[in-house]
Design a protein around this ligand. Structure first.
Ligand code: PA5
Length: 445
């Protein structure tokens, strides 16, 4: 199970203060448990792991197999925010680093679109699609988000012109609201296979719904193991205790923020496969806590690479941050450094050692240096980076996020601030219905 260790933060506080924050986190735990806090109509994610019907897993796998039998080798997965980051982070974490270069054919390649409005990106996606056998998963809970809607219009037209309308409909799966929205209407009209994003699950908590599960299954990864891991975490974290890892994490990060002025949290990894876990985590915590003038700014670094770019700042710059180190106990592959008779690089002292041993020593050395430099640390560790442990980790962060946001005193499950840019964008694009806003914004230019 996911472990949390806060010993490298304790020198920045004292036991009594930590105990006070543990008690606050336990009160927040009660609110989440009793489901009587702000945003409590968005708690569907809490029991997703234990309540995922095996039918849903089978349905995702059936789509993977049907597309495979058509020879589909490229799946364009369209979505933004919570409608893409979960799938992206799991696929990146479980994929071979060089799967693309190795041209592995065991599963379709999943690429993402609808998460930006770059014309170059979409044009180059079409270049790729021209070379491949293509299908599409389009995900939008609201069905009205501009970025995925624009991308889907282009991909849909591509599929219809290349395969014909009927075959295109068999190559499109829509994941959206059960009852409303443009994507729901289109999907019903065109007869696409579709999955529902439950009403009570927000985008950033949706990785264990079809939003995450279908793209992950299509990419060839075992969604049953992901769910099993999450189920294990669900059972472990429902126990009210000062040792509950989600309570410990929520308590210490709130203490560091509220008592020590640490307003930035850096999620640190030592494995490039975790880069998008950090991106997913940033949305989860940023969108859940950053409101009402409150919240810890979530940032991330990928070490050891970023030690050579951000390391200086973390060691000696403004003392505004603490680190949460995502530690993985065991690598899944093995390379031992061999002795070299010439030893020109003077590395023979490492002969016989695993590369991961060096990675762990780099991690340990950095962590101690950062504590000495005034950067408190929390360790979140998993045994290895496989589907099961990843399921545990994702559920752990979701649960901890709920406890932490309630400890901070905000509603973890809304995101009112996301609308502000949309209003301006629609006004600038002269969307019908925005005439007054268009006049107002144009006068500011
Ligand atoms: O967390 C959220 O709810 C948002 O970030 C959404 O995931 C994002 O805006 C995409 O929304 P939708 O799925 O409705 O297109």
């Amino acid at each position: 199970m996911v472990k949390v260790d806060v010993k490298n933060s304790k020198s920045f506080t004292d036991e009594a203060l930590f105990d006070k924050y543990l008690n606050k986190a336990l009160e927040a735990f009660d609110v989440l448990d009793a489901e009587n806090g702000a945003g409590n109509d968005f708690l569907g994610w809490k029991h997703l792991p234990s309540q995922t019907p095996s039918r849903m897993i089978a349905d995702c796998e059936a789509i993977r197999d049907a597309w495979k039998s058509k020879g589909v080798d490229l799946v364009v997965c369209i979505g933004i925010g919570g409608s893409y980051l979960g799938a992206k982070c799991v696929i990146e974490a479980l994929s071979h680093n060089f799967a693309r270069e190795l041209r592995r054919k065991d599963a379709a390649e999943v690429v993402f679109a609808g998460n930006n409005l770059s014309e170059e990106y979409l044009a180059e996606l079409m270049d790729l699609a021209e070379e491949r056998n293509v299908a599409c998963i389009v995900i939008s809970k609201s069905g009205t988000t501009t970025e995925p809607a624009v991308a889907f219009r282009i991909v849909k037209q591509f599929l219809e012109s290349h395969y014909g309308k009927q075959e295109a409909a068999e190559r499109i799966v829509a994941i959206t609201d059960a009852h409303k929205g443009a994507l729901k209407t289109l999907s019903d009209q065109e007869g696409y296979k579709s999955f529902v994003v439950p009403d009570n699950v927000g985008g950033r908590f949706s990785v264990l719904t079809p939003v995450g599960l279908l793209p992950i299954a299509v990419a060839g990864f075992p969604i049953d193991e992901l769910i099993d891991g999450a189920k294990k975490a669900e059972r472990a974290l429902e126990v009210k205790s000062k040792d509950n890892p989600a309570v410990v994490y929520a308590a210490m990060r709130n203490l560091l923020f509220q008592e020590c002025g640490k307003s930035t949290e850096i999620l640190v990894n030592y494995n490039p496969k975790l880069t998008y876990v950090a991106e997913w985590w940033k949305q989860l915590f940023g969108e859940s806590e950053g409101k009402d003038g409150k919240g810890i700014f979530p940032a991330s670094v990928n070490n050891t690479a970023d030690l050579h770019s951000m390391g200086q700042f973390i060691q000696e710059g403004s003392r505004i941050m603490f680190e949460t180190v995502l530690h993985v106990d065991n690598a899944r592959r093995s390379i031992v450094i061999e002795s070299d008779p010439q030893n020109l690089d003077q590395l023979n002292f490492l002969a016989g050692k695993h590369v991961e041993h060096c990675n762990h020593m780099a991690e340990l050395g950095t962590r101690l240096a950062h504590v000495d430099g005034g950067v408190p640390q929390i360790e979140v560790s998993i045994e290895t980076l496989d589907a099961k442990r990843l399921g545990e980790l994702l559920y752990f962060f979701e649960f901890a996020c709920g406890v932490s946001a309630y400890t901070l005193g905000v509603n973890p499950f809304n995101q009112p601030g996301v609308e502000a840019y949309k209003k301006n964008m629609f006004a600038l694009l002269e969307k019908p219905g925005y005439e007054e806003a268009t006049k107002a914004i144009q006068s500011r230019l």
